[in-house]
Write a protein that binds this ligand. Structure first.
Ligand SMILES: CC(C)(COP(=O)(O)OP(=O)(O)OC[C@H]1O[C@@H](n2cnc3c(N)ncnc32)[C@H](O)[C@@H]1OP(=O)(O)O)[C@@H](O)C(=O)NCCC(=O)NCCS
Length: 181
């Protein structure tokens, strides 16, 4: 779906959150690789599972047309610095829920961008009959876990030894859900 854009000013920085459009595809393709290289909190090492420009164009188009998908970007001075997606499933038995994912480029952490991408997504979900938002987050990502809890997510479970990080150790993933009944 497409939602109206919103303006924010946090800690002296102005930014816009709006629905992604096809012209964003090139920037998003590069930004995703950049953020994958800035943190181990995403699923991929930089360059893995690369999505090229036509790939992003297809995702943006699908998300714009699907009543259960939402693709938001955060823009500072015409530059995309973060994005989030809610992705639904076509199967009727899962029609009530969407999976949420978010990332913000490191230089712009701490300006409420992650929080506001999530808030906008929750507002959209609640207004569009979505009963459950789900996500998974690596156990050490305390900042994200606290943010999700504060905005109504609860811990549903844990996937043990879900991934191996650069230190060679296994880490678990926390599964969280937010219910709107
Ligand atoms: C997790 C992430 C999305 C948060 O986005 P952000 O824009 O940096 O975070 P925000 O500025 O919205 O802050 C969210 C909360 O985190 C806390 N926080 C922010 N910066 C912090 C810091 N440097 N140290 C500790 N807590 C911090 C604050 O409590 C804030 O909530 P508040 O404003 O209500 O007090 C972002 O850091 C990110 O993309 N990280 C890498 C990818 C990732 O982890 N994605 C999530 C995977 S599940």
């Amino acid at each position: 779906m497409i939602v109206d854009k919103q303006e924010f000013e946090v800690n002296g920085m102005s930014y816009t959150i709006r629905s992604a459009n096809l012209a964003d595809a090139e920037e998003l393709s590069a930004l995703r690789v950049q953020i994958d290289g800035e943190t181990e909190n995403m699923d991929r090492e930089p360059g893995e599972a690369f999505i090229d420009v036509p790939g992003f164009e297809r995702i943006i188009q699908t998300d714009a047309e699907s009543p259960r998908n939402l693709f938001l970007v955060a823009v500072v001075h015409n530059r995309i610095v973060g994005f989030s997606r809610c992705e639904g499933v076509h199967l009727k038995r899962f029609a009530h829920k969407v999976e949420f994912g978010v990332c913000v480029c490191k230089e712009f952490w701490g300006y409420g961008i992650g929080k506001n991408l999530l808030k906008q997504s929750i507002e959209w979900a609640d207004a569009n009959g979505i009963k459950k938002m789900t996500l998974s987050v690596v156990e050490t990502n305390e900042k994200a876990i606290e943010l999700y809890k504060r905005l109504g997510f609860e811990i549903e479970g844990m996937l043990k030894n879900d991934r191996i990080l650069a230190d060679g150790n296994y880490y678990s993933a926390i599964i969280m859900g937010r219910f709107h009944l």
